[in-house]
Every structure is written in structure tokens, then in C-alpha cells.
Design a protein around this ligand. Structure first.
Ligand code: HPA
Ligand code: MG
Length: 176
């Protein structure tokens, strides 16, 4: 069934069942890799809210959760728009941090975020992203855990939005 959001139509792309199956595997992998590490999972709002809450249920080691947001815009530098980090209320010093994102597209947001997080002196930073568009990547970032590699087409649902809409869809849709 297609979904219409404002002026655009979207078609089913990744089912809720496929997402759930993949999250089970990612959760098990993370639990194994971070056994005894007491990692802190850092969700990047708004897009990661559904992914992180479902992934968290498949992580069965002691772990903490915190959330941040990147401001849409706070200035410019040589790479374009610079974002600033909002809402970090946890001490990351000496901690194993796992950044949880809905999507890595150009890599610009993620590379900014990593730069900011490094200043908090974590022990190390890993990245888990539900979606990854390798063809769109302009700022090289290494993603440790990828849910799905997808083509460079616009998607919505399961936390991802089109102009603020579609985040509540339980599965992922692609632009028709
Ligand atoms: N959909 C929604 N948000 C996004 C996307 C996308 O395909 N790429 C980067 N942010
Ligand atoms: Mg996002």
C-alpha cells in the first residue's frame, strides 16, 4: 500500500518483520562485542527514537542510554553548515560510546557529531546505523554496525521523516 505525505508518494520498502529480524542480530552482536564494557548508547534524535527503543530490547548486557540532538544550523565552515550538539547530560569520559543513528547519508552530520564527541574524551566510539546509503557518502565515516545498506533514494518511516511526517510508520517506505 502506498503512503502519501504532503506532495509525495511512498511505496513499501523494508517491512517491520525484516527490521525486527535484523535488530535481533544487531542486538546480539553488540551484546557480544560489549560484554563487560557497560557501554553508553547515545541516540541521535529525532530520527533514532524508534530504532533505539526496539534495538535496546535485544541488548542483554548492562548498558546505559542517553539522547542528543544536533541543532539544524549554527554557523558555517569549509565543509558547509556546522551543527552543534544539544542535550548531552552524560559524562562520556573514559566510556565506550555507541552512537545510534537512523541513517548515514552524506556522512556530514555523523562526522560533525564524532568531532564533537571526541572532545568529551570517551574511551572509544562505535556507530550503529539502521540505514546506510554508501552511494551518498561524501564525508568518510566508518560504521561499525549497519542495519541495511540501501540505494541513494529518499526513505521515510520507522523514525525517518519527510518534512516532519512519517516517523510513526512501523516500516520503511521509499519515494515512488
Ligand atoms: N529519509 C529521511 N531522512 C533522511 C534521509 C532519507 O532518505 N537521508 C538523510 N536524512
Ligand atoms: Mg537523522
Amino acid at each position: 500500500m502506498t503512503v502519501k505525505l504532503k506532495d509525495k508518494e511512498f511505496v513499501p520498502f523494508i517491512s517491520a518483520e525484516s527490521i525486527d529480524q535484523r535488530l535481533k542480530i544487531l542486538g546480539a552482536q553488540i551484546s557480544k562485542d560489549f560484554k563487560n564494557d557497560n557501554p553508553i548508547l547515545l541516540g541521535v534524535l529525532n530520527g533514532s527514537f524508534m530504532f533505539l527503543s526496539d534495538l535496546a530490547k535485544y541488548i542483554d548486557i548492562p548498558s546505559e542510554f542517553t539522547f542528543v540532538k544536533l541543532s539544524s544550523y549554527s554557523g558555517e565552515n569549509s565543509t558547509g553548515k556546522v551543527k552543534s550538539l544539544i542535550g548531552l547530560d552524560s559524562d562520556l569520559k573514559g566510556r565506550k560510546v555507541i552512537v545510534v543513528e537512523d541513517i548515514v547519508d552524506s556522512g556530514l552530520s555523523m562526522s560533525h557529531l564524532l568531532e564533537i564527541l571526541q572532545t568529551k574524551e570517551p574511551l572509544d566510539i562505535s556507530i550503529v546505523s539502521l540505514l546506510f546509503k554508501p552511494e551518498a557518502l561524501k564525508f568518510p565515516v566508518e560504521i561499525d554496525y549497519v542495519g541495511f545498506e540501501i540505494a541513494n533514494k529518499f526513505v521515510v518511516g520507522y523514525g525517518l521523516d519527510y518534512d516532519g511526517l512519517g516517523r510513526n510508520l512501523p516500516s520503511i517506505y521509499q519515494l515512488k
